[in-house]
Design a protein. Structure first.
Length: 135
């Protein structure tokens, strides 16, 4: 009798374990979805490439946000500049192209997003760090 009870108990545990849903690990492709408020944007301009000639830091307007949707669209909302929409796509897990601009994803957690861009054209270099907070 003890063997039957033990067998039934083991069978129950096995059945419960096999019925549990295996959640796929969250990726940047799903983590980025939703609305994000601009916290600040830091633009740096270099000319020649290693000489900083200008640095601008802009804080976000509380009424402005961007929204990444699952269908590859990014919507920008700004009461002062109007609404706009463009596309985005992931090049790899840590690189995203918004319209024709490529950004590295430096941080993407539940409530924070940090996009980084660095490109050179001739003897000029442009570096941008954009920081967002989830709405």
């Amino acid at each position: 009798m003890k063997n039957i009870i033990f067998s039934l108990l083991c069978l129950s545990v096995i059945m419960l374990a096999s019925c549990q849903k295996d959640d796929a690990p969250e990726t940047n492709r799903t983590r980025i979805l939703g609305k994000w408020k601009v916290e600040k944007v830091i633009d740096e301009y270099y000319q020649p490439v290693n000489t900083l000639i200008d640095r601008e830091e802009t804080t976000g307007n509380p009424d402005e946000y961007i929204e990444f949707t699952a269908d590859g669209k990014v919507k920008m909302h700004s009461p002062s500049m109007g609404d706009d929409e463009t596309t985005y796509e992931f090049i790899d897990e840590d690189t995203i192209m918004i319209e024709d601009e490529v950004y590295d994803i430096k941080e993407l957690v539940e409530a924070k997003l940090h996009l980084f861009q660095d490109f050179t054209e001739g003897d000029q270099r442009f570096v941008q760090n954009a920081y967002f907070i989830r709405l």
